[in-house]
Design a protein around this ligand. Structure first.
Ligand SMILES: Cc1ncc(COP(=O)(O)O)c(C=O)c1O
Length: 455
């Protein structure tokens, strides 16, 4: 197995950095002019792109993005899943256009027939009978966590090390040495110490889950069906069923967040793997890029919530801490209806999944040929390589494999050659517009840039 030559990496990275800077004078100029934006960008995480300044968007359609310097990219980042339906899918744009134009009424505080259609469709795909809408997956998680606490009368949420569920206070936790959850490094000003709200366990380690549940204070296990925000860490056989069984045994709810793992198929991992969540969360992709999110609950959870609302000790209609003025607005429900009905269809998922297999095979071929100690994991339409072999089993193992310099080199080398990967990690997502030629292009470039490092 070849060792990583750090001085070669440094040289290659410097050359890619120079090329990136030279190719993007207009983006750089805009970044330098952004002095009225905190961090010079609309949201501070936009500084996560490698290269010292981000690309500035000019236009995007399907799986192509064009920047203000006139370069066009094959986009495998797809807005970190927000654009899994492709950029500005025609059906979504038409539905949104009708609502904004002829129909009017972007947000009115009134329900629409579209929302009802979407609720039925979410039930058909994911199984849960009752749905509420939000404007982001973060909000869906936050509000559903409140309902879980209300339904169970318990204070805490159990999460896995290196999970991500949006900016949900309870979720930025790691297992501490003393068995108590501790705040994850970098967590910005948590409102209370994490051990008051959270229990933290290790992915693929049912013993750690059982140990935490045994305290009897967990309202819900909040998890993705596979970790996707620290690379893809797949569940081992029996792990998800074990979670379901342990949750039931210890009186906790199972809350499955499919915001990213929806890539697993038309009905997400929940349908593919026959999961039985009590609460289900989704966001990002289902509105084709228009802000939206949703959470689904079982009849049992709804009954437990309603008992408290009937008693008058919880208010889910006025200002009880669940809801937002723009949630479920006519624009986002129109977008969800069109996207689910016409864009993210069963056929589309089949094609996207096949392309992700080809993508992963292409990466694996280079890793095998050059004996590179990396791995690639796939979940339906998404695939991600990680700088360690074998593929990590836990969030902790995956976090330990992170390498800032290799990461920056891969992102910049790909970007300079016309391919965008997700800035937060090395994820590639297929959308309905991705073609086999796009995947083959990535395969050839991956061989070239990895070959320069290890060849
Ligand atoms: C699994 C998961 N849940 C929730 C979220 C939050 O989504 P949003 O930032 O759209 O609220 C994310 C964001 O990456 C996510 O990966």
């Amino acid at each position: 197995m070849p060792d990583l030559d750090r001085s070669r990496l440094a040289e290659l990275l410097a050359a890619e950095q120079e090329e990136y800077t030279a190719r993007h004078p207009r983006s750089r100029e805009l970044f330098e002019q952004g002095s009225n934006l905190f961090g010079r960008v609309p949201m501070t995480w936009m500084n996560k792109w490698s290269g010292g300044f981000p690309l500035y968007l000019d236009h995007a359609r399907g799986n192509r993005i064009s920047d203000v310097d006139g370069h066009t990219y094959v986009d495998f980042a797809l807005g970190d899943t927000g654009a899994m339906a492709g950029h500005s899918p025609r059906a979504t744009v038409e539905a949104v256009g009708r609502r904004m134009g002829d129909l009017g009424g972007i947000t009115t505080m009134l329900p629409t027939a579209d929302a009802q259609w979407v609720g039925e469709e979410l039930t058909r795909r994911f199984g849960l009978p009752l749905w509420s809408f939000t404007l982001s997956a973060t909000d869906a998680n936050r509000w559903a966590v409140r309902l879980a606490r209300l339904a169970t009368g318990r204070p805490k949420v159990l999460v896995f090390a290196y999970c991500y569920h949006g900016s949900v206070d309870e979720a930025f936790a790691l297992p501490g040495v003393d068995g108590k959850a501790q705040s994850r490094p970098g967590n910005v000003a948590p409102p209370v110490p994490l051990d008051l709200t959270t229990r933290a366990a290790t992915w693929n380690d049912l013993e750690s889950v059982e140990r935490e549940l045994a305290h009897g204070d967990v309202a819900a296990i909040l998890t993705e069906p596979a970790l996707t925000n620290i690379g893809i860490v797949l569940p081992e056989p029996g792990f998800l069923q074990g979670l379901r069984d342990l949750a039931t045994e210890h009186g906790a709810l199972l809350m499955i967040d499919e915001t990213h793992t929806f890539s697993a198929g038309w009905g997400g991992a929940t349908r593919e793997w026959e999961l039985e969540p009590d609460i289900f969360v989704i966001g990002k992709s289902i509105g084709g890029g228009i802000p939206c999110g949703a959470y689904g609950i079982t009849d049992e959870v709804a009954a437990a919530v309603t008992r408290h609302t009937d008693d008058g000790d919880a208010d889910i209609i006025d200002v009880g801490g669940v809801g937002g003025t723009l949630a479920g607005n006519a624009l986002s429900t129109a977008a969800m209806r069109a996207t689910l009905d016409q864009v993210l269809t069963e056929d589309a998922f089949e094609r996207m999944g096949d392309l992700a297999i080809a993508f992963a095979d292409g990466v694996q071929a280079t890793l095998d040929e050059l004996d590179v100690p990396w791995s690639i994991s796939r979940l339906g339409a998404r695939a991600e390589y990680r700088f360690t072999r074998p593929a990590p089993r836990t969030g902790e193992e995956s976090a330990a494999a992170h390498d800032d310099d290799v990461d920056a080199y891969m992102h910049l080398a790909m970007c300079n050659r016309g391919v965008l990967m997700t800035p937060f990690h090395n994820m590639a997502l297929m959308c309905p517009d991705t073609t086999r030629a796009d995947v083959d292009r990535h395969t050839a470039l991956f061989r070239e840039v990895v070959g320069a490092l290890f060849g």
